[in-house]
Design a protein around this ligand. Sequence first.
Ligand SMILES: Nc1ncnc2c1ncn2[C@@H]1O[C@H](COP(=O)(O)OP(=O)(O)OP(=O)(O)O)[C@@H](O)[C@H]1O
Ligand SMILES: [Mg+2]
Length: 261
Amino acid sequence: MGKIYMIGSQKGGTAKTTTTFNLAYCLRKMGKRVLALDFDSQANLTTCFGVEDTGVLDDTIGHLMMAQIEDMKLPSPKKYIRTKDGVDFIPSSIYLSVVDAKLRLEMGAEKMLSGILEPLREKYDYILIDTCPSLGTLTINALAAADEVIITVNPQLLAMMGMQDFLRTVVKIRKRINPGLGIAGILMTMCESRTKLCKVLTEEVTESFQEQIRVFETRIPSTVKVGESIYYSLPVAEYSPKASAGMAYRRFAKELVSYEG
Ligand SMILES: Nc1ncnc2c1ncn2[C@@H]1O[C@H](COP(=O)(O)OP(=O)(O)OP(=O)(O)O)[C@@H](O)[C@H]1O
Ligand SMILES: [Mg+2]
């Protein structure tokens, strides 16, 4: 049975999408069966997979969510799961924001995404959910569907701010909706090795959370190769095999798997 990870953080621009994309690819390279889900109406992950005009798609996660809310039969997975370089993915589009608005008016709608993903579990080793930076209904749906959360932290962006709110939400979801929900750990992304900030902030995050939450040993360095690789719709390890971030994502995938024992 596959494990569902949500890649999340309360902040924008912490490399959630970049992490989902590269982790999916690295896990695939390790021989794992991987499904990446774009659960953000910005559809950045979908673009990473090389889908250009997302606005015209009619087989996105938004459409599946809408069908689920309306109690309609879901199409067969063949209809909405795409594949690139061995990694399966479900695209998103701006339509997910319509779903977001609708979810707010629905009663007991926290488990809609879970209802879509549960039947897919048996086909995969890992399902990775890329989320948007908010604590709204979509994020709650992702937390209700996930087994564990990977929290991405960009040390450039006042890393600790809002983290407690995010953690409080996780605790609430665990109590009320998804008792099995855990936190896999905190991943430091976009670390500038030339500056002391990354080191200082990593220490700060580690000191504050060490007792409760693992801070992954692997840190993802900041490099222009990441932006370039995304432009070409490639994982960084593929775009530039020697790039530090690509090697770090490979190490991170191994580290993550190693904790499963
Ligand atoms: N290791 C890195 N080095 C340099 N740039 C990076 C790195 N990781 C991500 N970036 C860049 O930072 C920006 C934000 O990354 P990304 O889109 O993955 O963040 P996000 O958390 O998904 O953002 P959002 O909250 O908007 O969904 C992108 O332009 C991306 O190319
Ligand atoms: Mg994103």
